[in-house]
Design a protein around this ligand. Sequence first.
Ligand SMILES: [Zn+2]
Length: 322
Amino acid sequence: MITIPENLWTRREVLYKEMVKYMSHCYFPAYSDDTSLHEFAMSEFRRIRDTICRNGGIGEGLKLLTDNGTSPFDAVQEDILREILRRVRKDFLFQQICDIQKDLLASVARTVKNHSGYIDTLYDEDNGDAEFDDTPAVVFHRSGSETYYETAILLNLHMTDTKLYCTLHGDSDENIVLPADALLVECLTALSHWLEEHGFTVSDDTDIAVCDVCGSLDIQTQAWVDPNTHVYIGETEDDRDDNWCEECEEHNYFCSLAEFKERMRDWWRSADSLLMEKISGLRPGDFSSEAGVHDFAAACERWWESLDYNTQRTIWKNNNKE
Ligand SMILES: [Zn+2]
């Protein structure tokens, strides 16, 4: 039973002291820029205000108004915000985890959007609605006055407006719908792997940079990086000297993976049939004589597409005479 001091609403310093009791000794917010810190302090202020009002049987904090329409909390707000900010500590590793969570959520949301805003993770719609035998199990948190964790089976992912939600079947044997940011970051990682494994994710090769000369992904570029969080800020300049390819051991320009794949595909298509035969092991004579040339070329193209990127690259590097 919490006892509310009698003069809580009338004496400014009593209310201030009461609010301080509900604060944590230290705060570790996800982001440390001024706007995020102010939003963080405001949300903590509101949480404390509403908790005190609830405990005092007042209901929502904002309803507690004096005759002239102001709330007693208005008088202490500035001091409380200052005290919250004084208790803020910067945990740079935690901030990196929050960035990773943001990236994972954006990537999963992109995949869900590409599937008309809905992915069933319990029933395999492409397989006569049979159940997946590896439906993701997740751990999620619910934030109330205290944060606690639960486990659940993920039934589906869906978009509402622009936000990603998930339907979970939890320990309470009920279905719960929550924003996907309630899932722990490890579960988001496993989920993005699951989506790729089951063919939901279409990788976008236009976003991936490779060496323009050899197509290697083993490349580096000079960039501006926050020395504390190691978060990427931006490129130094768009200059070849800022880039390095570990495979070529040279400063080279970069291009997209999509562009490099296309370049190799064009080379293979225009290769002469003797070279195609030598590399692929397919023989023009094995195809019917009328459409022989065409069938042979089509078979060679299929063979090329069945190879993984690095095998294609090795063949291209060894045989491209340009
Ligand atoms: Zn290279």
